[in-house]
Design a binder for this molecule. Sequence first.
Ligand code: 9UX
Length: 68
Amino acid sequence: MTHTTLEIAGMTCGGCVASVTRVLTGLPGVTSAQVSLEKSQAVVEHDPTTAPVPALRSAIEDAGFTVR
Ligand code: 9UX
């Protein structure tokens, strides 16, 4: 397992945090996601083979947010 920190733009409320958390933890290979509204970031614990960083990025962007 690897920890990756992603900078996310566009989260404005707790509902956004819940959405990002749900899409990340719904991906195969993602063990956990700690999403922070204040820091505009997500720390994701994942298997980089099953859930590579571009897959994390795509899932977040498909949910309507921007990964910097
Ligand atoms: Mo509330 Mo966050 O509608 O998009 S979930 S602003």
